[in-house]
Ligand binder design. Structure first.
Ligand code: GUN
Length: 291
């Protein structure tokens, strides 16, 4: 059994990007610049955005954090986005989700210039990705593809069952793994909350991508011997014995499933760290594509 080490792989990708940034600087070129918009002060969002900004600093990108009040109006937020769309010093920006309930998330995501949409959430990017055109691929599925590719996990002709159909993970990873190319060429089944006899399906899978958000849902009896397991779950579960008062749990019962798996991602330290590395990769692409 091989653990797909996302922490180590993300570090390697960041080092590769750092070298490219040094070379840009050496040639006297402008370095990539990422901005992050955070509305309100949700604890988890603050942590994520903080990591994104810190990672930019580590690899030599410029970064800007834009913090806005929780009660900002939708119109005022749209105006901020227009400013960022028109800011020629910026290569890309993200609006951290979730947004407060009074703001229509879809309207905000649609307002982002697709050429600066390094999260890959705009329909123009999603459509381009689905049509095999150059596009910003959402960071989490992009990170999964990188892990599969770099660890040379066999995917061609394999049966992959994706559990979850979210716009950010399940839907895009099902498209990417069915496409031609590295980590692709799989036969993909998308399962979700209405799927009947899920265990029957997962037991047939060579690769299982769990993106459900239910802690330790996938158990050993649902998995074939030798399967590859990708765990996208990151649920905070209350645990008073821990200093933070919670622990992070994946969608996979790691201890029992890992005994049957050929490759498996841990939580934490699997898919999670890859997402930031891929956001940085998209920002580098945005910088290169702007020339
Ligand atoms: N919230 C949780 N994940 C993400 C992400 O990848 N991008 C943004 N913008 N918000 C998120």
């Amino acid at each position: 059994m091989i653990v797909l080490d996302g922490k180590k792989t993300a570090q390697e990708i960041k080092e590769e990007i750092k070298l490219k940034v040094s070379a840009m600087k050496g040639r006297g070129e402008r370095v990539p610049h990422l901005a992050a918009v955070l509305v309100g002060s949700d604890g988890a969002s603050l942590t994520y955005v903080g990591s994104k900004v810190r990672s930019c600093e580590q690899i030599g990108f410029e970064s800007t954090l834009i913090r806005l009040e929780e009660d900002i109006t939708e119109e005022a937020l749209l105006q901020e986005i227009m400013k960022l769309n028109n800011d020629h010093t910026l290569d890309g920006f993200i609006v951290q989700l979730p947004l407060p309930k009074h703001i229509n998330e879809e309207r905000i995501l649609l307002a982002i210039d697709p050429q600066k949409d390094v999260d890959g959430f705009h329909p123009a990017n999603f459509g381009r990705m689905a049509l095999d055109l150059d596009a910003f691929t959402p960071a989490t599925p992009f990170g999964i593809m990188q892990l599969l590719e770099r660890y040379k996990v066999p995917t061609s002709g394999k049966h992959c069952v994706v559990v979850g159909r979210s716009h950010i993970v399940g839907r895009p990873i099902s498209i990417l793994m069915s496409q031609k190319g590295p980590a692709g060429d799989a036969t993909v089944t998308v399962a979700h909350s209405r799927t009947q006899n899920l265990a029957e399906l997962t037991r047939q899978a060579d690769i299982i991508v769990m993106a459900l958000g239910i802690p330790e849902y996938l158990t050993a009896n649902m998995v074939k011997e030798g399967a590859t397991i990708i765990d996208v779950g990151i649920t905070r579960v209350a645990d008073e014995s821990h200093p933070k008062g919670y622990v992070i749990k994946g969608d996979v019962a790691f201890d029992e499933v890992s005994k049957k798996a050929s490759f498996i991602t841990p939580v934490p330290g699997g898919v999670g760290p890859m997402t930031i590395a891929m956001l940085l990769q998209n920002t580098l692409l945005a910088r290169e594509w702007r020339d």
